[in-house]
Design a protein around this ligand. Sequence first.
Ligand SMILES: C[C@H](O)[C@H](O)[C@H]1CNC2=NC(N)=NC(=O)C2=N1
Length: 101
Amino acid sequence: MPAEPLSAHDVEAGLRELPGWQLQGDRITRTYRLPSHFAAAGLTVHVAQIQEELNHHSDLTLGYNTVALAVHTHDAGGAVTRKDLTLAARVEAVAAGHGAK
Ligand SMILES: C[C@H](O)[C@H](O)[C@H]1CNC2=NC(N)=NC(=O)C2=N1
């Protein structure tokens, strides 16, 4: 079933439950800071695993000690959908375990 675009109100409500996530343009975004490059690489792999499980993929960027995500739903014309908020929540649930701030 195609994901439906969320209203601006629903996006804002969803982001209130996701500390550090924000709406930038037509994507929700978050940059995590990690204690080391290796920890950042580990979180990147973990996020990739979650994304494959959900079949929903962010633009995922590994920096020196950062992991940045930017996501919207291509199948919804680039709008933010529930799938994006679900991915964000799944990443939030594991990030601290990698030492992410
Ligand atoms: C065919 C495959 O199911 C689709 O292309 C999936 C893959 N990952 C995706 N990721 C995102 N962000 N949006 C999508 O619409 C999407 N669709």
